[in-house]
Design a protein around this ligand. Structure first.
Ligand code: 4NP
Length: 168
């Protein structure tokens, strides 16, 4: 558990402007709806730094907005020094939640402790037992508009499963 007995979660993708801001916004939205938001500390970050300081991609924000979910985060880069626990096991986020295997590998390469790293879709109860390659949230950045809608539903199902698992 993190500070103040909150569970702290860092959602991680590559650019921190599409998938992980969506996961952050959806988790906050549904935790608030369930009245358990105060039990969590939620943030997102990217393994790449190209978009630092930017709001989420307008297409991702529009998709979320069409479902009543607002994305307010600003992109930042993963910071191993503060996002990961020290060698003593203290500090850092309780959970480092990767959108795809490449994000997960990047986190592990940066020194994230394996036991705190999971793929987001491993929390989707409909996908229990699936191999890791079937648990990726695809990057919608270079695709068409429907990619954002598909990603929305994937990330929503996983965030609801995560809330069931972590807030019960
Ligand atoms: P994200 O998507 O990882 O879901 O935020 C991306 C956005 C931008 C880039 C890559 C992925 N980019 O290379 O600029």
């Amino acid at each position: 558990m993190g500070a103040h007995d909150q569970t702290s979660i860092l959602f991680v993708c590559l650019g921190n402007i599409c998938r992980s801001p969506l996961a952050e916004g959806l988790f906050i939205h549904h935790a608030r709806e369930r009245g358990v938001l105060d039990r969590f500390s939620i943030d997102s970050a990217g393994t790449g730094g190209w978009h630092v300081g930017n709001r989420a991609d307008p297409r991702m924000r529009a998709t979320a907005q069409s479902h009543g979910v607002e994305l307010v985060s600003r992109a930042r880069k993963v910071d191993p020094g503060s996002d990961f626990p020290m060698l003593t096991g203290e500090g850092g986020f309780d959970w480092l939640i990767a959108m795809d295997r490449s994000n997960r590998d990047d986190l592990l390469d940066l020194g994230a402790p394996e036991e705190r790293v999971r793929l987001l879709r491993s929390f989707d109860p409909a996908l229990t037992g699936k191999p890791d390659h079937a648990l990726e949230v695809p990057d919608p950045y270079y695709g068409g508009e429907d990619g954002f809608e598909q990603v929305y539903h994937m990330v929503r199902a996983a965030c609801l499963g995560m809330l069931d698992e972590l807030a019960s």
